[in-house]
Design a protein around this ligand. Structure first.
Ligand SMILES: Cc1cc2nc3c(=O)[nH]c(=O)nc-3n(C[C@H](O)[C@H](O)[C@H](O)COP(=O)(O)OP(=O)(O)OC[C@H]3O[C@@H](n4cnc5c(N)ncnc54)[C@H](O)[C@@H]3O)c2cc1C
Length: 404
């Protein structure tokens, strides 16, 4: 039985479920066909723009942004069940609703820390879904899960900043619609406080010296719908000092603020991915026969299905508790739960999708079902937004503090 949410959430859920059935699922095949005929694989299939227009028309737009001035004004608890539904079609639905990473985090940064001109130039078109964006922090040459290692240099030169560095796995950057990069680097590399050495600056894609060098792969997938994950080189890239977000030395704090909601959004969508995997697993199990009985009659398969259901129900409760805490005591107060859900969800959902793959036999690893790509996407979330081990370390330290 489904949770009962408040009236506004229930209404949006109803609208979104119908939108998924009527528009998103049928568009999955169309998008694949259109993509095959595009001039560049990084262009956006026409059906995606049609989905965006329809979602906006139905009021399913910018649901992720709690700030009512710029977004839908939903709480995290209200957004959670909606994000879950979009996770059932992770390549199309989040983009259709203008709720896809990394744009969501970048819009949050601009809404929270951007000044008037920055909001007008970049936040407004992002909120309207006219452009896309990227967040450039990770570097191939240093262990970037420790943000103090970041080597990209942002040097003040008169009225400008000059940026030099190399980043990789910069999601969205292969998409030609990605017009703006939020770049993290060091403005004060020798500063005493390592958490104040870094700053964030806005770098328009067409700035001389910014080079999108190549598309990195994810288990062989290029993640076209996501705008890929690029290696990006910054060579004497010069931007006006007014492109600084917030204050010099504030980069670390902004990154922390940015990642809280982003992490739980991923978990909400992962639950939707798990639900899709369970549905596919069950449909396959009742429709294939081996050794004289349906796969669904095998105790092993029944065990996988039951365990998957139990796990998803547990994860959903923890996501909802975390969302509620974020709404009531703030992201800092919900720190432990955000880390707990970030550790628990990808791990469990990878396992559920893996079982669904197994029930599909060879079909499970093929391109004819979404499972292989879902698995690769879920697996990367044990790394992206910080590896599990870093969250485990920090969560354990907070737990141990009680006993020291
Ligand atoms: C699909 C995908 C999309 C991404 N998108 C973006 C993006 O848009 N922008 C961006 O800036 N980055 C992005 N990333 C990068 C991601 O955030 C980093 O990969 C992640 O933070 C880890 O950094 P690293 O790869 O340098 O690993 P490292 O820092 O080198 O860590 C490697 C491993 O060391 C271990 N380790 C590290 N620290 C500890 C510790 N304290 N205790 C125990 N073990 C530890 C962990 O097992 C970890 O996985 C993306 C990554 C992927 C895979």
């Amino acid at each position: 039985m489904d949770f009962q949410f408040d009236a506004r959430t229930e209404e949006l859920r109803g609208t979104l479920l119908a939108f998924m059935d009527e528009f998103v699922y049928p568009a999955e095949e169309v998008a694949h066909e259109q993509r095959a005929k595009l001039a560049s694989p990084w262009d956006t299939p026409a059906v995606v723009e049609e989905l965006k227009a329809e979602a906006r028309r139905q009021g399913l737009w910018n649901l992720f942004l709690p700030d009512a001035e710029h977004g839908a004004g939903l709480t995290n608890l209200q957004y959670a069940p909606l994000a879950e539904i979009t996770g059932r079609s992770p390549q199309l639905a989040p983009t259709a609703l203008n709720c896809a990473a990394p744009d969501t985090g970048n819009m949050e940064v601009l809404a929270q820390f951007g000044d008037g001109p920055q909001k007008e130039r970049w936040l407004r078109p992002l909120l309207a879904g006219e452009i896309r964006s990227a967040f450039a922090m990770t570097e191939p040459d240093v262990a970037s899960s420790d943000a103090t290692n970041i080597e990209t240099r942002i040097r003040r030169d008169g009225d400008d900043y000059v940026i030099n560095g190399r980043k990789w796995y910069i999601s969205g950057a292969m998409n030609p619609d990605c017009a703006i990069f939020i770049v993290m680097g060091k403005t004060d590399p020798d500063g005493e406080d390592v958490r104040r050495q870094q700053s964030m600056v806005l770098v328009p894609r067409d700035t001389p010296g910014l080079r999108v060098r190549r598309a990195m792969q994810v288990y062989g997938y290029e993640d076209h719908y996501h705008g890929g994950h690029a290696e990006v080189v910054f060579e004497d890239v010069r931007v006006p000092a007014a492109n600084l977000i917030g204050e010099e030395g504030g980069g670390f704090a902004i990154a922390q603020a940015r990642l809280g909601p982003g992490r739980i959004h991923h978990c909400m969508r992962l639950i939707g991915m798990a639900e899709r995997a369970i549905e596919l697993m069950c449909r396959r199990a009742v429709s294939r026969t081996a050794f004289g009985k349906p796969l669904a009659a095998q105790g092993q398969v029944q065990g996988w299905i039951a365990d998957a259901r139990v796990t998803v129900e547990q994860l959903r409760l923890l996501v909802l508790k975390t969302a509620w805490l974020m709404d009531t005591v703030g992201n800092r107060g919900a720190h432990t739960e955000i880390q707990a859900i970030k550790i628990a969800t990808p791990r469990a959902v990878v396992d559920i999708i893996d079982k669904a793959v197994q029930v599909h036999g060879a079909g499970g690893v093929s391109q004819d079902f979404p499972l292989a790509e879902l698995w690769a996407g879920a697996r990367t979330l044990k790394l992206a937004d910080g590896p599990d081990e870093v969250h485990q370390r920090s969560l354990a330290r907070r737990e141990l503090k009680k006993y020291l």
